[in-house]
Design a protein around this ligand. Structure first.
Ligand code: NAG
Ligand code: NAG
Ligand code: NAG
Ligand code: NAG
Ligand code: NAG
Ligand code: NAG
Ligand code: NAG
Length: 452
């Protein structure tokens, strides 16, 4: 038989079994021959033992072979597995190397950043310390300021009391003066027609020049209106003519206004504004306002029904203004008024019914009222040609309104007031009004009694 390498254990077993079979056959035939058999039996016995041992050995070899075969396969398997693991390890090692590389660069970056941050932090600490020092200094200065304010308040309080006392004294003096001047005023009124301008009483001189704190100052009643003379009964001669025409402003609508096509053609260093006025209103309102792009109150004669009712503001180049007494105009009857100003020494005069009601100097000395603005009757402009306020509107009648670019003499003022016509040099009159808006009515009337 042919035994392949793999069948080797099986072959060995078969060989052993054949050998045993032939030995048993021989034992049966030679049973009688005792000594021989005896020897033969011993031999046989030995052989069987040898056979068993051999068989055992063969079996051991076969088992060992199986074990070694198994080990081989196992080894191969293990080797394969080792390769796989090694490859996997290689891959993971490579990945690890990569990770380590990026980790290193990241660490470097982090270090750099940390360095920067720490410098910044130290910088910040320094700056904070500086700010703290500043704050401390600021607190200290605030404290001193507070102390100063406190002392200032104290002084102003004491000055306030002094001022009050002074005001009381002044009031008393004024009262006495008013009582004393009753007769004097009568005499002045009689002399007024002959008084040349340069000898006018500077009664209001002490009033000086008021400064406007804001375009809309609060009501301010001054006890120092020395120019506001005691009322002396004045009646216009009848009839008063040469009036030309009259404008009726029926109500406080801001649509009621009269405008002149052109304002002033040249800059004004002197001016006189005169008009007959009749109103039942509580305040006079705005007679005229003259606004330019630069200043909406270049020349204004305005009162409002919420402020001091018995006075109007005579503004030239806001914020400069003078307060003029108009209480006697508010009785619904016709009165004649003239406002006269000169930039020379800033003198001004306010006449009511030929009488000087207020005067003063140093009011916009050297000032020029610029040309080219918008001149409006009856409304106060807050912007050129607009921004009207009904509380500042004029309600009533204006007759014979006119403006001169010079100062009128007292005689000229009187002659207008008694109806002898307008003196030379008017630059604007009611006839020059270019448009009437709202419900204004214009009436041609030569004599006042017909201006209704
Ligand atoms: C040898 O191994 C195979 C498989 O591993 C098994 O089937 C067989 O019985 C084994 N032989 C011996 C003699 O142990
Ligand atoms: C592991 O990788 C290196 C290169 O990265 C290569 O030379 C080596 O042969 C690889 N080993 C195995 C077991 O894949
Ligand atoms: C620290 O602050 C100073 C000015 O206070 C500045 O000039 C300097 O550049 C700053 N340094 C850093 C690292 O920011
Ligand atoms: C003023 O009068 C006009 C005409 O009579 C009237 O249309 C208008 O509503 C009045 N406006 C006011 C504010 O009284
Ligand atoms: C007043 O106006 C008239 C006409 O515009 C002019 O001829 C005259 O020179 C002006 N007078 C003054 C003092 O400006
Ligand atoms: C006055 O009326 C005229 C038209 O009659 C108009 O063009 C102008 O805008 C009005 N002005 C105002 C301020 O209302
Ligand atoms: C008023 O007088 C002017 C001229 O002085 C004239 O043109 C106008 O028509 C008159 N108006 C009335 C209502 O009489």
């Amino acid at each position: 038989m042919i035994c392949s390498w793999k069948m080797l254990p099986v072959c060995l077993l078969l060989a052993a079994m054949c050998l045993q079979g032939s030995l048993l056959q021989e034992a049966g035939t030679r049973h009688q021959r005792k000594p021989f058999f005896e020897r033969f039996r011993r031999l046989e016995e030995q052989f069987r033992r040898f056979q068993e041992v051999t068989l055992l050995r063969l079996q051991g070899i076969a088992g060992n072979y199986n074990i070694s075969y198994n080990i081989d396969t196992r080894f191969q398997y293990l080797a394969d597995q080792y390769d796989t693991v090694a490859a996997a390890l290689n891959v993971s090692h490579a990945a690890l190397q990569e990770d380590l590389g990026s980790l290193k660069t990241w660490m470097k970056k982090l270090q750099r950043r940390t360095k920067k941050l720490s410098t910044l932090l130290s910088n910040l600490t320094l700056q904070t310390a500086g700010h703290m020092a500043d704050l401390t200094a600021l607190r200290a200065s605030r404290n001193t300021l507070q102390k100063e304010l406190e002392s200032q308040r104290e002084t102003s309080r004491s000055q306030g009391t002094k001022l009050e006392a002074l005001e009381q004294q002044l009031k008393n003096m004024l009262h006495k003066e008013v009582l004393a001047s009753g007769h004097h005023e009568l005499a002045v009124a009689q002399r007024l027609n002959q008084t040349p301008q340069d000898k006018l009483p500077e009664a209001g001189g002490s009033q000086g020049q008021n400064r406007r704190p804001s375009p809309r100052p609060p009501a301010r009643s001054s006890p120092m209106c020395s120019g506001q003379a005691v009322t002396v009964a004045f009646s216009l001669p009848s009839p008063v003519c040469n009036v030309d025409s009259m404008l009726l402003f029926p109500n406080a609508s801001t649509e009621n206004l009269a405008t002149f096509g052109q304002g002033f053609q040249t800059g004004l260093h002197e001016l006189s504004v005169c008009s007959w006025v009749s109103t039942h209103a509580r305040s006079l309102g705005t007679i005229l306002s003259y606004a330019t792009e630069e200043n909406d109150n270049k020349l204004v004669l305005h009162g409002r029904n919420t402020a001091a009712l018995a006075s109007i503001h005579f503004v030239i180049g806001d914020p400069a203004f003078q307060e003029l007494p108009v209480g006697q105009l508010l009785d619904g009857r016709w009165h004649h008024m003239c406002v006269i100003w000169s930039s020379i020494q800033g003198k001004y005069w306010f006449y009511v019914d030929r009488r000087l009601a207020s005067t003063g100097s140093k009011f916009q000395e050297g000032y020029e009222i610029p040309p080219g603005g918008s001149l409006v009757l009856g409304q106060e402009q807050d912007v050129v040609g607009g921004g009207f306020d009904p509380s500042e509107a004029f309600v009533g009648r204006l007759a014979g309104f006119a403006i001169w670019n010079r100062t009128l003499m007292p005689g000229e003022v009187s002659s207008i007031a008694i109806g002898k016509g307008l003196p030379r040099g008017t630059i604007l009159r009611l006839a020059d009004v270019s448009s009437l808006n709202g419900s204004i009515q214009k009436v041609n009337c030569t004599c006042l009694e017909h201006c209704l």
